[in-house]
Design a protein around this ligand. Sequence first.
Ligand SMILES: [Zn+2]
Length: 312
Amino acid sequence: MKPAINHPGIPGSSGRASLRVYLLLITLIVLVIIFFRMPRPCQEPLTYRIGTVDARFGLSRQEFADSVGKAASIWGKPYARALFREEPGGKIEINLVYDYRQEAADKLKKLHYAIGTTKGAYDDMKVRFENLKAEYERENSALASDSNVYHKRLGAYNAEIEAGRQRGAVTEADYRRLTAEKGELNNMRENLQARQEELKRIADILNSMTVVINDIATNYNLEVVKSQDTGKRLGSEFSGGDYVSKDGKQTITIYQFDDENRLVRVLAHEFGHALGLKHNDNPTAIMYRLMQSDSLSLAPDDLAALKGRCSD
Ligand SMILES: [Zn+2]
C-alpha cells in the first residue's frame, strides 16, 4: 500500500490556502461595495447643519438658515433636485462668525507680515501700508493711461477694418500691417489684464492691512488709516468666508457680507468648494475667487465644473 502523502508540520495546508483566497475575495467584494455606495455629491445630497450664528450680524438663526437654503438650492437647479439637505446631524457645519480681523491677520501672516498688537507693530505696519498704497496709486494711474492708449489703438484698428470691409478690398500690404497690429493689440490686452490682476492682489493686501492697523489703533488710541480712497472696489475683495475640511470635519464659516444677496453668494461659493469645485477665471461666476458680481445663478464655467464633478 502506498503511504498517504503527508507533509508533516503543515497539515491541511491546501485547505488554509483556499480559505485565505476566500477571505481576500470577500474583502475585495466588500471594498468594491463600499466604494460604489460612497455618497457622491450629485447622487445623494450632502447634509449640513447650522452651527454658530453670531448675533452681531443682526440676523436671526432662521434668517441665516433661509439664506443658507437659498445658496444651497443654486447648485441643485441644473439637476432639478437638491444637492444639499439641512438636517440636525448634518455633516457640514455652517457658522456665521464675526471674525474679520482674524481673517485679515491670517491673510497677512501668509504673506509673512509680522502681526503684533503693540505700538511698534502698528508703526511698522503703517510704514509698509503707506509704501504699498503709494505703489498701488502709481500703478493704478499708469494702468489707466496705458489702458487709454490701448483703447484708442483698438478703435483705430476697428475703424480701418470696417473701412476695408466697406470698400470690399484690402491691399496685400494693408492686410499684413493689420494682422501685425492685431497681434500687438492682443499682447497689449494681455499685459493690461496681468497688471490689473496684480493691482487686485495689492488692493487685497491693503484691505487686510487696514483692518489690522485699525484694530491696533483702536487699542492705543492711534490714528486709523482709510483705504476707501483707493476705491470702492477694495471693499469687495474680502473673501468673506471659507470652507475647511479637516480631520473628517467640514465647516463653512462666513465672516463678512454687505447685504443678503452677498451673503447668499458667498455661501453658494463655499458650498461649491464643499462639492469639490475649485476657483475659475470668470469674474461673474460663483466660483470666481473674488466677489465682483451679484449674480446668484451659475455661470457656464460653474456649470461645466459641476457637471465634470458629477460625472466622476
Ligand atoms: Zn473660494
